[in-house]
Design a protein around this ligand. Structure first.
Ligand code: TNX
Length: 542
């Protein structure tokens, strides 16, 4: 009796939702027509519908606490868009009909660590993966099959088109970098950043934790780095830094979203915030007065033969500062900083910067990078550096991030390093969209939305092929970016395209097809309060 009642209420709800859908202009009944980004590897539609109703639960296989955690995340995300509060519990044997089922194991082995199979039948939605990360990625896809806001008439439920999606990433590294040194951003801002990029299946957040203008991470053995070196930012604002506890909170937040935090301390250049904090690191440098390179230069760091800290720097132009091989304190400092950073970073990577060391002699630069590489290794991590590290004695243990000079990238690749693609003309999200953009720089290019989408990592640099490329990363340098709204405007919608480049197969990708899917995501961004750039090249639907 009870069973019948359930079936009946399920049936009535389906009928009601069908009436609703037929009044609606364009109901999607074909799973293959959904605007999923990144585009899945394969979508097969079966033309029916699953009703996601107020009674729908999220069931997980067995007693896995990790699956329960992902289930609770899914439930809270669905609560935002449906108003329902799906219960999350163990399926306790075979899952009951009408529910969402999360299950580990038994999926297609092709899908690897982050892939998944999402099967939507009339009776059940199943996400199956080899690893919890894959379940999480499948959840992101499922969320895109729901509307973005609650529709009054859909209180009876939401129709989800049936079919099967088999999906997995092309590249293991799909990331973004946030420069918190030029302008500081709070822990809550970083968490929002993580959520925004994770919705598009990105799995790396690289944090630029130091630069000439600011030092943003507490180092207990050198406390003045954060206290003094973190006390300002570009333009002279108050800056800030993360305590180690706050940094761990960011790392844990990202880990819950299957995202790795990659911390960067920029060495041996871009180091004024440290030189301003500790006189003993100085051998005397010429610093532009008030940050203006065209104006007078002032010698700092040495006064009357005595080592002095430099002034804090709040300008934009860089390339004037360096650590000194001759100073005994230099490697004590580097060892302490990288050791403390490694201790609070569970991920396998430390990024040592290595870019634009214009006032470091080339022979010194090579000695520096070789030493950093040993120190990173001694701390159990793998070294990442910007492409200039290709000049040093690196090998297949190093990872090189290409941004501008293909020669350095090719040199590093020929030594066996793996490559992260961040070509500045395509994915530097601090570049203006066009000459009228209210924010951003344009030294590399103006980058409209189609230009950041229309390229392929595997054919970007001659001689660097697919199997040497770890993936893609879109940096957001923040010289001109000071608020969360600024971040959102520069990131969106370009970041969505970069996420697709990292995840979806290059074959069959085209801007003309992609822009139509992207257009549907305008509503999604709006619903999440993302202040995005409404490019005229995208046929937005609202
Ligand atoms: C170059 S890219 C830099 C950054 C700047 C950026 C501005 C790189 C490795 N160095 O220090 O913030 O340009 O677009």
């Amino acid at each position: 009796m009870k069973f019948n009642l359930r079936i009946n209420s399920h049936f009535i709800a389906i009928a009601a939702a069908m009436i609703f859908q037929s009044c609606n202009n364009e109901p999607v009944t074909d799973l293959a027509k959904e605007s999923i980004i990144p585009k899945p590897v394969s979508v097969v539609s079966t033309g029916k519908q699953f009703l996601f109703a107020a009674s729908t639960e999220i069931l997980v296989e067995g007693e896995s606490t990790e699956l329960i955690k992902i289930g609770k995340y899914l439930s809270s995300q669905l609560n935002d868009v449906t108003g329902f509060s799906p219960k999350v519990e163990s399926a306790n044997g075979a899952p009951k009909e009408g529910n969402v089922y999360l299950v580990l194991g038994g999926s297609n082995s092709n899908v690897g660590k982050e892939g998944y199979e999402l099967t939507i039948d009339v009776d059940m939605i199943t996400i199956r993966a080899n690893h919890p990360a894959g379940i999480y990625m499948g959840v992101q896809t499922l969320l895109q099959l729901f509307p973005t806001t609650q529709v009054e008439t859909s209180k009876d439920g939401y129709q989800i088109s049936t079919g099967t999606i088999i999906d997995y990433p092309t590249y293991e590294w799909r990331g973004s970098m946030l420069d918190v040194a030029r302008h500081f951003f709070s822990v809550d801002d970083v968490k929002r950043y993580i959520d925004m990029i994770s919705a598009y299946k990105m799995n790396v957040l690289h944090l630029g934790l130091s630069n000439d203008q600011g030092w943003r991470i507490e180092i207990k053995s050198w406390p003045n780095l954060a206290i003094h070196g973190g006390s300002t930012e570009v333009g002279g604002g108050k800056g800030g830094y993360y305590t180690q506890e706050q940094y761990k909170e960011i790392v844990a937040y990202a880990a819950n979203r299957y995202m790795t935090i990659v911390p960067e301390i920029d060495l041996p250049g871009h180091i004024n915030s440290a030189l301003a904090s500790y006189g003993e690191l100085n051998s005397g440098i010429k610093v532009p007065v008030e940050g203006q390179f065209k104006g007078p230069m002032q010698t700092q760091g040495i006064l009357g033969g005595k080592q002095k800290p430099t002034e804090l720097y709040t300008g934009i132009e860089v390339g004037f500062s360096t650590l000194s091989l001759a100073k005994p304190s230099t490697f004590t400092f580097v060892n302490d900083v990288l050791r403390e950073l490694a201790e609070i970073t569970p991920g396998p990577y430390l990024h040592i910067g290595g870019d634009e060391a214009h006032v470091t002699k080339k022979e010194d630069y090579i000695v520096f990078i070789n030493r950093f590489s040993e120190i990173v290794k001694a701390n159990g991590k793998q070294m990442i550096g910007w492409e200039e590290i290709g000049q040093a004695n690196i090998d297949e243990n190093a990872i090189l991030q290409h941004w501008s000079n293909e020669k350095y990238a090719q040199e590093g690749a020929s030594k066996g390093a793996r490559i992260i693609m961040s070509p500045s003309k395509r994915v530097y999200l601090d570049m203006q969209y066009d000459s009228t953009s209210r924010l951003g720089l344009h030294w590399a290019a103006y980058i409209e939305v189609d230009e950041s989408y229309n390229w392929d990592p595997a054919s970007q640099v001659d001689g660097i092929e697919h199997n040497q490329i770890m993936g893609v990363e879109a940096p957001l340098w923040t010289e001109t970016i000071a608020t969360m709204d600024d971040i959102e405007y520069m990131l969106f919608p370009r970041l969505i395209g970069v996420a697709e480049i990292g995840w979806s197969p290059a074959d069959g990708r085209s801007w003309d097809e992609y822009k139509v899917r992207l257009a549907q995501h305008g509503v999604r961004m709006k619903a999440k309060g993302i202040d995005f750039y409404r490019s005229s090249r995208v046929p937005w639907v609202d």
